[in-house]
Ligand binder design. Structure first.
Ligand SMILES: [Zn+2]
Length: 253
């Protein structure tokens, strides 16, 4: 996940994202014009509109403008559909249940899922105030009303989680496992967007941002926190084989 705390709080605190008005002009505040983008695959393609697709495509333009292997492989991974993309209001039921477990302080209930897509949803607002991005399996969700460069950086971060299958490894050996997965994702994000992390100690940043207990992280991991894989290359996707992921059967009531 990519926390909205600290660095990006200003972007997500906006109560009325600029995209909402344009969404309205396309039909009542929902994502409903049934179009598609040739540049990315939506998690919920039945719930889409041009404003959302433009929001994502601007960030893909930003990614494509950077001359680096990391940016090129990330764009190619999105274009190929190795990851699927959507906004936080389009979480699947299963992913909504993961989010509410990961954000216990919000005290959300499974039945709150029914309010997620509503215009001005307090549930979506509460989640967006905590998260810029979230992933599970090969599904990546982003908050709205961030600037294109931050959306692009969030994709770099979340795609890294997907190739490393963070939804499995993250919880194995807390807090060390969460630290390893976040350190790696922020390490590549910093490569893409160094200005955002200038002067920051990345170990301290991850521990603070995710409220991890430093004393409980294995000392050898703190000393050597960087682990594979860093780039979403074709070989990395072959090894990851997202199509083999087994989906849970759950209900949100
Ligand atoms: Zn993360």
């Amino acid at each position: 996940m990519r926390s909205a705390a600290l660095l990006l709080a200003g972007f997500v605190a906006c109560a009325s994202p600029p995209g909402d008005e344009a969404d309205d002009s396309l039909g009542g505040g929902g994502k409903d014009d049934r179009g598609t983008s040739s540049r990315f695959t939506e998690v919920d393609p039945t719930h889409t509109n041009q404003t959302f697709r433009t929001y994502i495509e601007r960030s893909l333009d930003d990614l494509a403008a950077q001359d680096s292997d990391l940016a090129r492989y990330t764009v190619a991974s999105i274009k190929a559909g190795h990851v699927r993309i959507d906004e936080l209001s389009d979480l699947t039921c299963a992913d909504f249940l993961h989010v509410i477990r990961d954000l216990p302080d919000l005290h959300l209930k499974p039945s709150d899922y029914s309010t997620l897509k509503r215009r001005g949803s307090a549930t979506t607002a509460a989640i967006s105030a905590e998260l810029d991005g979230y992933m599970w399996s090969n599904r990546i969700y982003v908050a709205r009303s961030m600037d294109p460069h931050h959306v692009a950086a969030t994709f770099v971060h979340e795609v890294n989680h997907v190739i490393n299958r963070s939804e499995v490894g993250y919880y194995d050996d807390l807090p060390s496992s969460a630290f390893l997965h976040e350190y790696r994702a922020f390490y590549v994000e910093r490569q893409f967007d160094p200005d955002e992390y200038a002067g920051l100690d990345l170990v301290d940043f991850v521990i603070t941002n995710y409220e991890l207990d430093r004393a409980k992280i294995h000392p050898e991991i703190l000393a050597h926190p960087l682990t594979p894989k860093l780039l979403p290359t074709p070989a990395a996707w072959q090894a990851r084989n997202v199509s083999a992921d087994v989906e849970e059967t759950v209900t949100c009531q």
